[in-house]
Design a protein around this ligand. Structure first.
Ligand SMILES: Cc1cc2nc3c(=O)[nH]c(=O)nc-3n(C[C@H](O)[C@H](O)[C@H](O)COP(=O)(O)OP(=O)(O)OC[C@H]3O[C@@H](n4cnc5c(N)ncnc54)[C@H](O)[C@@H]3O)c2cc1C
Ligand SMILES: *[C@@H]1O[C@H](CO)[C@@H](O)[C@H](O)[C@H]1NC(C)=O
Ligand SMILES: *[C@@H]1O[C@H](CO)[C@@H](O)[C@H](O)[C@H]1NC(C)=O
Ligand SMILES: *[C@@H]1O[C@H](CO)[C@@H](O)[C@H](O)[C@H]1NC(C)=O
Ligand SMILES: *[C@@H]1O[C@H](CO)[C@@H](O)[C@H](O)[C@H]1NC(C)=O
Ligand SMILES: *[C@@H]1O[C@H](CO)[C@@H](O)[C@H](O)[C@H]1NC(C)=O
Ligand SMILES: *[C@@H]1O[C@H](CO)[C@@H](O)[C@H](O)[C@H]1NC(C)=O
Ligand SMILES: *[C@@H]1O[C@H](CO)[C@@H](O)[C@H](O)[C@H]1NC(C)=O
Ligand SMILES: *[C@@H]1O[C@H](CO)[C@@H](O)[C@H](O)[C@H]1NC(C)=O
Ligand SMILES: *[C@@H]1O[C@H](CO)[C@@H](O)[C@H](O)[C@H]1NC(C)=O
Length: 503
């Protein structure tokens, strides 16, 4: 019964896909840009405009700078609705224009938030953060970047479950899940949403929340850009004073101890909802470094949950201090390369010391292959899957049930790779894909594999929405059919992780 339903939904959008692709489709559609420009004068940038360049140059990864025919910069939900009415129209097939939805532009899936020859909707002008009167909800424009949100909330001594880096956008963060300093305590970012304002394919502006369009609300918590253009997130906030955090860097002589510390930290018996860690190994082509970001979200220096790491010596840099979220999130920006060639890829497994030792050595075994890559920054990063909170579409119910509410001992492994010369890109991708396969096999051998992938860290060659499992996919497809019956966000928004392109 369920599988029949999936098949029917699939063929529904699939038929539209095939009829659309059998006809020559114009992606470069200046007339559509001109039409939007006539409704939103001054808010549409064309190639050669300063505003076009500024937008296109502000993607995190250099490869994401594509060449859309125009970039639309709406300043209100009504502007977005107008744009979608022009782009969606009521037509299907031949001349349906292609477009992209862009928040901060940090997603590593390169064409997810920009489009060659089409229309890019850049939401960056919709960046206000407004705190409600009783200081329980922050209403955030979907084009905001986290640094701006934190500056506003820190002034009220309020916390929010947001990205750890100030430059990340709010737009893609919530619909992809959302990892945070506060995730051990409060789950994914999307678990903390009270309401989402979204423009649907019809151009209608609606709210999705627990009591209105509840199916859409659930689908959006993990469903990425498949349902509409989010214009505002209303997010639960909480009192939050200063806390302990920062970074510690160490020489490679500490690697064995770091792996042991991580296994200790991940032992469910040691779970502490205030402690959040990213353990990171870097290879630069010649040398290794260990650089950990660690946070304890109470004002406790040398918190015991982080001692397995903070006790390791020697240390070459230590910025651990009591401070606020704005300050911590800006520090993480300073650690990143700017505008690099690069990509992320990811996998998840249950933690045991033998498995993470094996994961490290598989990664380490690939480094000789990359010695000649110019400008290399090759990173293995280990962190926790957030505490399980029901109500999203990420499909972690089973994984969580097997451990406790802190999703057992699940570790997210992030491979983040940066380099200077596009000539090295095929090598980087080949090495990383092989490494992921080896890591999955190693986890399987030890009975510690997990199918789930984090969408916001996934490469274009990965399939995170499939990784949520069949039940979640079926729910999201039903929601797509209900709210977007013409499949506008499936066929006209080709970038990113789609519901109907992989089964
Ligand atoms: C250096 C770095 C650090 C990071 N740190 C963290 C972290 O601490 N925690 C974490 O969870 N993730 C982190 N990420 C990943 C980050 O969360 C994702 O890249 C996320 O998608 C960023 O959102 P964005 O608005 O910048 O994305 P974009 O690239 O603009 O968009 C991502 C996807 O979401 C869609 N989208 C964007 N806005 C909307 C909208 N309004 N409506 C509908 N769809 C939309 C886009 O179409 C696109 O497919 C990091 C990434 C980088 C590169
Ligand atoms: C935008 O960039 C292009 C090259 O990519 C350049 O020719 C043009 O002069 C730039 N426009 C402005 C206003 O800077
Ligand atoms: C919104 O974005 C504009 C333009 O980038 C910027 O000048 C402004 O400071 C931002 N406002 C907030 C509240 O983030
Ligand atoms: C956050 O901390 C930084 C560094 O101490 C400080 O400069 C800034 O004023 C603080 N912000 C707020 C809103 O308290
Ligand atoms: C949910 O949506 C309805 C309909 O728009 C709205 O009246 C209500 O205030 C929303 N609830 C929340 C929590 O925002
Ligand atoms: C924290 O640990 C460091 C290093 O061991 C030590 O120098 C410092 O005095 C400790 N601080 C507190 C407040 O315990
Ligand atoms: C990593 O690999 C190098 C050789 O490429 C080796 O010298 C080193 O010992 C390895 N490191 C660890 C911790 O295994
Ligand atoms: C790196 O360059 C050196 C010197 O040219 C060469 O001997 C070596 O084989 C190269 N290594 C790889 C992995 O390509
Ligand atoms: C739960 O754990 C058991 C035993 O470790 C395993 O056989 C089963 O596959 C796990 N279930 C899920 C959904 O991960
Ligand atoms: C997990 O959550 C459920 C429901 O919220 C609760 O009853 C249970 O006590 C929690 N278990 C743990 C280990 O926290």
């Amino acid at each position: 019964m369920a599988s029949y339903h999936i098949l029917r939904l699939f063929s529904f959008c699939f038929l539209l896909f095939s009829s659309a692709s059998s006809i020559e489709r114009s992606t470069s559609d200046p007339s559509r840009c001109n039409a939007i420009n006539s409704f939103l004068p001054g808010k549409v940038f064309f190639q050669g405009d300063g505003g076009y360049n500024a937008s296109d140059e502000s993607y995190f990864f250099a490869e994401a700078r594509l060449r859309p025919a125009c970039i639309v910069t709406p300043t209100s939900a009504t502007d977005v609705a107008t744009t979608i009415q022009v782009l969606g129209g009521n037509e299907q097939g031949s001349s349906a224009p292609l477009f992209a939805i862009r928040g901060g532009g940090l997603l590593p899936n390169i064409a997810a938030a920009n489009i060659d020859g089409g229309v890019t909707i850049d939401l960056s002008a919709m960046n206000l953060t407004i705190v409600n009167e009783d200081k329980t909800i922050a209403s955030i424009g979907s084009g905001a970047r986290w640094g701006n949100v934190y500056r506003t909330l820190d002034a009220f001594t309020l916390g929010i479950v947001g990205a750890r880096i100030a430059t990340a956008g709010v737009g893609g963060y919530f619909v992809g899940g959302g990892l945070s300093f506060f995730s051990p305590q409060k789950g994914f970012g999307c678990d903390n949403l009270a309401n989402i304002e979204i423009v649907l394919a019809t151009g209608e502006i609606v709210n999705a929340n627990a009591s209105s369009n509840a199916d859409l609300f659930t689908a959006l918590k993990g469903g990425s850009n498949n349902f509409g253009v989010v214009t505002r997130y209303d997010v639960q906030v909480f009192p939050q004073g200063l806390y302990w955090g920062g970074a510690i860097e160490y020489p490679p002589s500490t690697i064995v101890q770091q792996l042991e510390a991580f296994a200790t930290f991940k032992d469910p018996r040691n779970f502490d909802p205030y402690a959040e860690v990213e353990l990171s190994f870097f290879f630069s082509g010649q040398s290794y470094t260990v650089a950990n970001n660690m946070f304890y979200t109470l004002p406790i220096v040398n918190a015991s949950a982080l001692q397995p790491f903070s006790d390791i010596q020697p240390q070459t840099l230590n910025t651990m201090r009591i401070s606020n979220t704005s300050d911590f999130a800006e520090e993480i920006v300073a650690f990143q390369p700017s505008n690099p060639q690069g990509f992320f890829a990811t996998t998840v497994f249950r933690t045991s010391l033998p498995l993470i030792q094996r994961i490290f050595s598989l990664w380490n075994d690939t480094t000789p292959l990359l010695q000649n890559v110019t400008g290399l920054l090759y990173n293995l990063d280990l962190q926790s899957v957030p505490t399980f909170i029901p109500g999203n579409s990420l499909g972690l119910e089973n994984a969580a049930a097997n451990g406790s509410n802190h999703t057992g001992s699940l570790t997210i492994c992030l491979l983040s790779n940066y380099w200077a010369d596009t000539a090295d890109s095929p090598t980087m991708i080949f090495v990383t894909q092989n490494l992921l396969t080896q890591m999955k096999d190693a986890a399987k051998e030890q009975g510690l594999d997990e199918r789930w992938e984090y969408l916001n860290y996934a490469s274009e060659f990965q399939h995170p929405i499939e990784s949520y499992g069949a039940a979640s996919q079926a729910n999201m497809r039903a929601v797509s059919k209900k709210y977007d019956p013409n499949c506008v966000f499936q066929k006209q928004v080709p970038g990113g992780f789609k519901l109907f392109t992989h089964i």
